[in-house]
Design a protein around this ligand. Structure first.
Ligand code: FE2
Length: 279
């Protein structure tokens, strides 16, 4: 596998991010080259070098160039372009094994890159039958790519009769009651609060994603739960959040009630196990 971080030489090939090229210096040129990549992904005839795989570090470098200093909410940056980049990367275990820390009892969140504060790139490691809670994304964009195994994403509508204003209040109610619990090796502060509804959440859609498939979620789409349906096999996924999620809310499927929690806890950072109070 070619390493994009090594010095790259000029080539006859005109395709972007092909691991033989230095990324263009200007944002305009970078966008032009990324557009070529997207066209190539969409079936436009392309140069042979697209068959040259690029590794995870090269993907990170390309995302950093694409997002610049502004994150996905900035003008001129399209979620679809990041999805295309992540889709173009072919999962290779040797790229990400160092970040995939497993825990016997729960899925783990492992920081790979902090995007200079503009995004977080995480690898989530799922043991058999490990599932997340139903949660929102605090207005962040989340793009998920399966690196190994399969994951089921269940999307839900927001609780009924919950206005946009009320959604904003769910996590910041003055009546919140704070408790602490150990999660992912750190103390996580959680709070209970009412979403103003006692009705079950309605399932919007459910889909299974397999290795190298990509999906996208945002609060405008709804809530979701992700999980590993296998009773025997593990799964690994790559998640890009921009801007980084500072706090998110989990929802009770039966009552629609919400709880807020910190999303800044990591089981490991940059391949190193995060220190914790006790194991
Ligand atoms: Fe999520």
């Amino acid at each position: 596998m070619l390493n994009p971080l090594t010095s790259l030489t000029t080539s006859h090939c005109s395709m972007p991010y092909c691991a033989r090229h230095v990324l263009p210096a200007t944002r305009k040129d970078r966008q032009l080259q990324l557009q070529r990549l997207i066209e190539a992904i969409n079936g436009v005839p392309h140069a042979p070098c697209l068959r040259v795989p690029f590794d995870l570090q090269f993907l990170i470098r390309a995302i950093r160039y694409e997002l610049g200093d502004n994150g996905l909410d900035s003008a001129g940056v399209d979620v679809g372009r990041i999805q295309a980049l992540m889709a173009a990367y072919s999962s290779n275990r040797t790229d990400w094994a160092q970040y995939a820390w497993f825990d016997k009892y729960r899925y783990t969140r492992n920081l790979v890159d902090d995007g200079n504060g503009q995004f977080n790139l995480l690898i989530l490691a799922w043991g058999p039958n490990h599932h997340s809670a139903i949660h929102d994304h605090s207005h962040s964009h989340c793009i998920m790519k399966v690196l190994d195994g399969s994951l089921v994403e269940s999307q839900y509508y927001w609780p009924e009769n919950t206005t946009q204003e009320e959604r904003g209040r769910i996590a910041f109610s003055e009546n919140e009651h704070y408790t602490s619990s150990k999660a992912d090796g750190k103390i996580t502060t959680v709070s209970s609060c009412s979403s103003g509804t006692q009705r079950p959440l309605r399932l919007k859609q459910e889909r299974t994603y397999r290795t190298d498939e990509v999906t996208y979620i945002h609060d405008k789409i709804g809530l979701h739960r992700v999980g590993n349906p296998s009773t025997t096999l593990s799964a690994v996924s790559l998640h890009l959040y921009t801007p980084p999620i500072r706090a998110c809310r989990s929802f009770n499927e039966t009552t629609g009630k919400a709880r807020s929690s910190s999303c800044q806890t990591f089981y490991s950072q940059y391949g190193v196990r995060t220190s914790c109070l006790s194991d």
